[in-house]
Ligand binder design. Structure first.
Ligand code: PLP
Length: 411
């Protein structure tokens, strides 16, 4: 008899986006003439940069010729891309990495989801609340979550690090023992960041407590302010305790093209049952070479073009486009007297719902009165109740229209 992985029964339905879609569709069917603007999902809308497109075309042509055709490539990624990543994203900021420390993949979602496999099943996991749901669900699947408490909207064995306006969206260090800490900066969903000094506290904590930090910086390209760290490895000692995830999805419009990378430093150690240290780089390499066959040559060529002079200029203007949207939303919402966070170093704007409205009540008000779809903060965790996320990934036209509609609302 085939038995299921019982842990899957602990998963909560992917309620958030299904419920957003249900309410949106119901509204549209009842109001067929309404022009609904979506500032809800975190997907990009601008096309790939020209330099990337050219490189993709050229590499397709290479694959068409017998003497330049390629079959399986290295599971860890081609050196031309890994070297470009190290030179531009790290060395240029004073961080030295070895080629064997960078693993190219087809997306950060897989990497942040799969990484937990190399840790013990009884590890205690800490996540920020609100949280990118993949961190939680993949640990539920692996049996680390304990039971779900419907009242609390939380799993009993997961440690939740509250991020709200009261603590300036800077989580407190865990009060109980944890082994693995997920940090996401710039943060999805709040759009907030940590200063170097604040991040240093986490690195120091992890070093003192033999924890590993899983540092997701999918939105690094959106950082505008100088004192915001772009990599956790800017902090002394971080290579001993942190894995860093980066993605080309939001940096260069790769959400549909798929390419990302993960850095696992050689110095990073975790421990076996007898307390002996084991390098995590070896384990991740073993995992990837067993279960993953690499990103296509064509895609990696496309990604490498981001690091050409033209590519750099084009992605800078892409980021600038979305960050101008972020500014328009941020200032538009603030001018209504609504408290607004994020949107300065990230493409997400996190607002405090006015008059104590719940996240879903605010969602309904925006949908029915302004025909705008956003994302209720409570869908990212209990600490998101009373907050709401808008994204800057829409077109300029829709962003401006949405802000104009918001300005006519009565709160
Ligand atoms: N990490 C965070 C915090 C994200 O918000 C996303 C995408 O929305 C991802 C990872 C996934 O990125 P990718 O497209 O590389 O799988």
């Amino acid at each position: 008899m085939a038995k299921i992985n019982q842990n899957y029964l602990q998963l909560q339905g992917s309620y958030l986006f299904a419920e957003v879609a249900r309410r949106r569709n119901k509204f549209i069917s009842e109001n067929p003439n309404a022009q609904v603007i979506s500032l809800g999902i975190g997907d990009v809308t601008r096309p790939l940069p020209e330099a990337v497109v050219k490189s993709l075309h050229d590499s397709v042509d290479e694959m068409a010729e017998a003497n330049t055709f390629r079959g399986y490539g290295p599971e860890q990624g081609y050196e031309f891309l890994i070297n470009a990543i190290i030179e531009n994203d790290y060395k240029a900021r004073g961080i030295e990495l070895k080629t064997s420390e960078v693993f190219v993949s087809d997306g950060s979602k897989c990497d942040v989801g799969n990484i937990q496999e190399i840790f013990s099943a009884d590890s205690i996991v800490a996540v920020q609340d609100p949280v990118y749901p993949v961190y939680v669900d993949t640990n539920v699947m692996a049996g680390r979550s304990g039971a779900f408490d419907k009242e609390k909207n939380q799993y009993s064995n997961i440690v939740y690090l509250t991020c709200n306006k009261e603590n300036g969206f800077v989580p407190e260090l865990p009060k109980s023992k944890v082994d693995i800490i997920y940090l996401c900066y710039p943060n999805n969903p709040t759009g907030m960041t940590l200063s170097k000094e604040e991040l240093k506290k986490w690195v120091d904590y992890a070093r003192s407590n033999k924890c590993v930090i899983l540092y997701d910086s999918a939105y690094e390209a959106y950082i505008q302010e100088d004192d915001v760290p772009r990599s956790i490895y800017e902090i002394e000692g971080a290579k001993e305790v942190a894995i860093e995830f980066r993605s080309f999805s939001k940096t260069a419009g790769f959400t549909g093209t798929r390419c990302a990378y993960t850095v696992v430093p050689k110095e990073l150690l975790a421990y076996d049952e007898d307390g002996n240290s084991v390098p995590l780089n070896d384990l991740w390499n073993r995992r990837q070479t067993t279960k993953f066959n690499g990103v296509s040559y064509i895609t990696q060529k496309g990604a490498a073009a981001i690091y050409s002079e033209q590519g750099k200029a084009q992605i800078a203007s892409l980021v600038d486009y979305y960050m101008t949207n972020a500014k328009i939303i941020r200032e538009g919402v603030a001018s209504l007297g609504i408290e607004v966070f994020g949107g300065v170093n990230a493409p997400y704007i996190w607002l405090k719902t006015p008059n104590g409205l719940g996240s879903w009540e605010f969602f309904d008000k925006l949908l029915t009165e302004a025909n705008i779809v956003g994302t209720p903060g409570v869908g990212f965790g209990q600490a998101g109740q009373g907050y709401f996320r808008l994204t800057a990934f829409g077109s300029r036209e829709n962003t401006e229209k949405a802000v104009e509609r918001l300005s006519k609302l009565q709160f």
